[in-house]
Design a protein around this ligand. Structure first.
Ligand code: CP
Length: 324
């Protein structure tokens, strides 16, 4: 692993290694001595956080992950303060970062932009790793990584992720978290996927053709109530209406068919888990937060440790963590 650009880079072995590494780093950090040791591992490295599309969790969890490993950071979150306003191209801006920093962690509204940057830097005399913290409507590989880590922990006592049934609910046409996790779930045995969305926001042929090619079982569904009694995990997502102008779609759907409330949460099986990449709007009622099956705040915490593991792997210090 050098760049982390999309989900195609993660096979099952790597997903398991990153989950185990996250657990190991987490355990080490529990003592002051361990936390101090972790913060010396990458204290000679610096990262640029280039987040020009809004983010709370991905930005802060990468920042925290860098701090845990001792990396110094800087960020650009608003291009109005960069020389892009003077006409500098984004490519030149990011190439400038590579002169000062040892990794570029980025979020961008353009699909494939992280790959474009990685390809450009690979041709220079100072290539640095590029990590995609979400790009366009289709790829959010590190969110999928933390979601796999969360599912793995949730099903630890129930045979792991294999043979489970997982429903994605909401704006699946433009929700890069659900689309990325759907791809990573194909690395596990006999996982059935349900896509629950109104027609105009349903998952598209780009994802379904991958599932068809791999012989993965799936169903398209139009009402959350039909899947709640069936599934081991329900993964809710919000309406991604920041893309509306571009897509010319109507930015509304009937929330009651695609939300988890105190009225319908009782339909879920006792051991099912409730996930959401956050931010949420009305997809999950606040009262559901205290349900023991709700793991979305654990996802937030797990994201930091999954990103610690990813950075450790990219900078080649994973063996040191494993050997503690
Ligand atoms: N899940 C996620 O990507 O959250 P942010 O947009 O806040 O980073």
């Amino acid at each position: 692993m050098y760049h982390c650009l999309d989900t195609s880079q993660f096979d099952r072995r790597l997903l398991e290694e990153i989950s185990e590494l996250a657990d190991a780093a987490r355990f080490i950090s529990k003592s002051k001595e361990g936390a101090d040791w972790l913060s010396g591992l990458l204290s000679h490295k610096r990262a640029m956080l280039y987040f020009v599309q809004p983010s709370t969790r991905t930005y802060l969890s990468f920042l925290s992950a860098c701090q845990i490993l001792g990396m110094q950071t800087a960020d650009v979150r608003d291009t109005s303060t960069s020389s892009e306003v003077k006409g500098e191209t984004e490519l030149d801006t990011v190439r400038t970062f590579s002169s000062y920093y040892d990794a570029i962690i980025m979020r961008h509204y353009k699909a494939n932009f992280a790959r474009e940057i990685a390809d450009m830097l690979d041709k220079t005399n100072r290539p640095v790793p590029v990590i995609n913290g979400g790009a366009g409507k289709d790829q959010h590989p590190t969110q999928a990584l933390l979601d796999i880590y969360t599912l793995r922990k949730s099903f630890e006592q129930r045979g792991g992720i294999d043979h489970k049934k997982i429903a994605f609910v909401g704006d699946l046409m433009r929700g890069r978290t659900a689309r990325s996790l759907s791809r990573l779930l194909t690395r596990f045995e006999n996982v059935k996927q349900y896509f629950v969305a109104p027609d105009f926001l349903q998952i598209d042929s780009g994802v379904l053709s991958v599932l068809d090619r791999l012989g993965i079982s799936y169903e398209l569904v139009d009402d959350i109530h039909k899947v709640l009694p069936e599934v081991d995990a329900v993964y809710l997502t919000r309406l991604q209406d920041e893309w509306d102008d571009q897509d010319k779609t109507a930015g509304h759907y009937f929330i009651e068919n695609y939300a988890l409330t105190m009225e319908n949460v009782g339909l879920l099986r006792q051991h099912a888990v409730i996930m959401h990449p956050l931010p949420r709007r009305q997809e999950i009622s606040y009262e559901v937060d205290s349900d023991p099956r709700a793991v979305y705040w654990r996802q937030v915490r797990n994201g930091m440790w999954a990103r610690v593991a990813l950075l450790a792997k990219i900078f080649g210090v994973e063996q040191e963590i494993k050997q503690v």
